[in-house]
Design a protein around this ligand. Structure first.
Ligand SMILES: Nc1ncnc2c1ncn2[C@@H]1O[C@H](COP(=O)(O)OP(=O)(O)OP(=O)(O)O)[C@@H](O)[C@H]1O
Length: 267
């Protein structure tokens, strides 16, 4: 592969195999994520979308395969090397995964303190306050505890924490699940605007067809223990695969197209 092409690939997964006991979740899974794209990852429930994300961020050790992020192998690295790579990404887990005993501001401070333990307390507060506002929360949300937040606010707080270290790469696991359609659309807009402003690469697991149509550059489809297809929605629709056809051409898929076209008519 040419050097330039390699630099444009932020995540490269080859021959990934994951399993739990007798259950094989991934077998021979390959995927490339390009710099600056929002890649949607879809697939039926239990096809291993979260396990894939956890493998890439080092929370799940695969049985076999290779994963490179920013051109560096991530499996089996020394802790210091792993930390240097980990600093460059942020993760929003399903449901926000906030620490319930910490305020929003303290949650955002966790990764900063982890990587920069000697940071000045005033600077830490200032960075956290900035990330809270950047994620679309009011500054008053900083001193609140997760239990005092709505579902949408929790997601934004989780996003603020994911953005704490100015990542180049953002992982979002079902960010709009559980949000009402208006809240979900607002979160999509926020993701797209942050991607553009900060030049992020985004790996986005979702079941939300509106999200796929509204903000994803390409979509990867997980089925049969691997990525069976990756491309724009139009490219996927041209494939004759029953799950893809049912997913995008079913009643919900057609409704999402209509809504996307109302928002942004095709020329
Ligand atoms: N820690 C674990 N121990 C045992 N099995 C696991 C573990 N984590 C995931 N699995 C199994 O791996 C499979 C894939 O799980 P995963 O959470 O990645 O699915 P998913 O595609 O993200 O599903 P959903 O869309 O429902 O969130 C499931 O069958 C799940 O039960």
């Amino acid at each position: 592969m040419a050097r330039r092409e390699r630099e444009e690939i932020v995540i490269s997964v080859r021959g990934l195999r994951n399993g739990f006991g007798d259950q094989i979740v991934h077998d021979g899974l390959d995927l490339d994520v390009r710099r600056g794209e929002i890649l949607g990852v879809v697939g039926g429930s239990g096809t291993g979308k979260s396990v894939l994300m956890r493998s890439i961020v080092g929370l799940q050790t695969p049985l076999a395969g290779e994963i490179q992020v920013f051109g560096e192998n991530t499996i089996g690295r020394e802790e210091t090397e792993a930390i240097a790579i980990r600093k460059r990404w942020g993760v929003l887990f399903q449901g926000g995964a906030l620490f319930s005993t910490l305020t929003v501001s303290e949650n955002v401070q966790v990764p900063i303190k982890e990587f920069y333990p000697r940071i000045d307390a005033a600077l830490l507060q200032e960075i956290a306050a900035y990330k809270v506002v950047m994620s679309g929360l009011s500054p008053d949300a900083g001193p609140k505890y997760p239990a005092e937040l709505s579902g949408g606010m929790k997601k934004r707080a989780g996003l603020a924490r994911a953005l704490a270290l100015d990542p180049e790469l953002l992982f979002l696991d079902e960010p709009t699940a559980g949000l009402d359609p208006i809240g979900a659309a607002a979160f999509d807009e926020l993701t797209a605007s942050l991607q553009k402003t900060l030049g992020l690469t985004v790996f986005l697991i979702t079941h939300d067809l509106d999200t796929l149509y509204a903000i994803c550059d390409r979509v990867a489809v997980l089925a049969d223990k691997r990525v069976i297809a990756v491309g724009t929605i139009d490219e996927l629709l041209a494939l004759d695969h029953p799950w893809i056809q049912e997913y995008f051409n079913g009643p919900r898929g057609r409704a999402a197209v209509a809504s996307a076209e109302r928002a942004q008519p095709r020329t």
